[in-house]
Unconditional design. Sequence first.
Length: 249
Amino acid sequence: MSRDIQKLASRQLYDYRTNNPGSCFKDPKFILDMSDAYELQATVTKLRVAEGENIIGYKVGCTGPGTIKQFGMEGPIRGTLFSSELEQTGIQIKTSAFTNLAVEGEMAVTIGDDGEIESAFPVIELHNYIFRAPIKNLPELIANNGLNAGVVLPKLHWQQSTQYITQFAQLTVKINDKLRGSGNLWPHHEGPSGSVNWLKNNLEGSELSLTSKQIVLAGTTLGLYPVKPGDTIDVYIDEELAVKCNIET
């Protein structure tokens, strides 16, 4: 498989950029194991970095009850985040830039100089919500970078907050002012450190590591919600609006 990874990675990147992600999985005979899927993700990442993109962090996915039930499978899995796909709260999102755009409200952390969690804050994760294999599977999810297609960040004071590293609160997603989901901040029973420690171990297996100021999406207890033109997405911690975006009509 290794001899084919480079060719497959070029196809994956082309498909992603032409809004046709993961087309190779349409073939029912196309099968990857977990190791090959991570190698494919890594090779696509190297192509993007070689073209000038910057890695800004990682995501831990498929760990909370909402997505586990929705996908019919359980992670955790790792994906890679790029600075070119970071957006700011209040942005107008074009659905034409995505395939079956869906959103997650979830918590993220930043990594400090000592390698530990420096801050914790809510984000909106953007997804190309499409599985092409006959049966959803973790290798397809991994090869398609955990379906990640961008992250909407809150304002700076939220990004610098330490309050919710340890404090209990409720994370809530509303679409067009209607409640779509509400639950605990962290999907891991050990809180944000559980997700970060898993990620550190997973990265070590690929001879990678977290670095200072990188962002880690720690997963969500909620679901993945498809959106359409004209929708407004709001994410709250308790009753306080933290981050939002709008879908262009």
